[in-house]
Design a protein around this ligand. Sequence first.
Ligand code: BV8
Ligand code: ZN
Length: 268
Amino acid sequence: MNVVQPQTERELPPALIQTLTRAKRIVTLTGAGISAESGLPTFRDKLTGLWTNYNPAQLATSEAFLREPDLVWGWYKWRESQMLAAKPNAGHYALAKMETQFPRFDLLTQNVDNLHERAGSASPFHLHGELTKPRCFDCGTLNAILPPMISPEPEGGRRINPPKCTQCGGLIRPGVVWFGEPLPEATFDAAVTLADACDVFLCVGTSSLVHPAAELPISAKRNGAILCIINIEKTPLDRHSEFVLRGSTSSILPLIVNAMYRTNATWP
Ligand code: BV8
Ligand code: ZN
């Protein structure tokens, strides 16, 4: 494992660029860190406003929602308004650009925002669901027809009673996977298959602490993939990885993509 802090393309490990440009299948797993520079708080960041005294992992549960639906729904509507006001950053755009070159470049994300899509990524696998897909807590009907966010939420947030399902009258819940809930089976099964078949696995802006997503890079490595971590701080995966690039995703990812283009003159 060699940890580098690349500020320029020249400081990138040449072996990494060679590995990436020769790869047949690249799988990338992103976490909250890639959206941090778009202004969206990560799960490591302290909560603010109405939710100051809560830890995200406590709020992101069905128990919290059933106990205080207005507090939890208000939190997700606040996050949705943050997401709508946010813009993709250079890290999102770099991954979307990399995707155009690789016949097998698959993007897995733990993020529930839509910044990858807005940067041009065709079909990220949302392992933990999506803010834009609220559904009925009882019958599961998608209620994405809810009126889109019109005005931004107040800075400190507010309690909002969740709307009722148009089909059964149940409570509408956020379309995310809460702690203690299983990941969408087909999505996770597909992610495992892709991880086990890739030759390079990139972990981008994730603490690699949340399971079972955190098991994907390990499984990929077990099947012969090269691991590369891009993160501003240490992660438990660093010691398993051939490459550890310390720094922000929005500065490192564009360096990597530019270096890949420079190496691969055949790319348009
Ligand atoms: C389940 C949606 C079973 C909601 C989320 C095995 C071991 C230990 C624990 C468990 C285990 N198996 C299961 C568990 C329990 C639990 C878990 O993992 N707990 C951990 C935390 C101890 N897992 C679950 O409960 C999962 N469900 O296992 O169900 C089951 C099976 C069958 C039937 C019934 C039940 C469900 C997990 C999914 C939870 N939902 N999100 C929402 O968003 O509100 S997870 C949530 O955490 C987000 O998705 C977020 O992405 C994720 C945190 O991970 P990261 O994305 O990595 O974000 P984080 O903030 O942690 O880190 C950001 C990183 O970026 C940091 O390292 C930071 O340094 C870095 N960074 C910041 N800025 C930058 C940067 N890097 C680069 N550039 C920057 N600018
Ligand atoms: Zn319903």
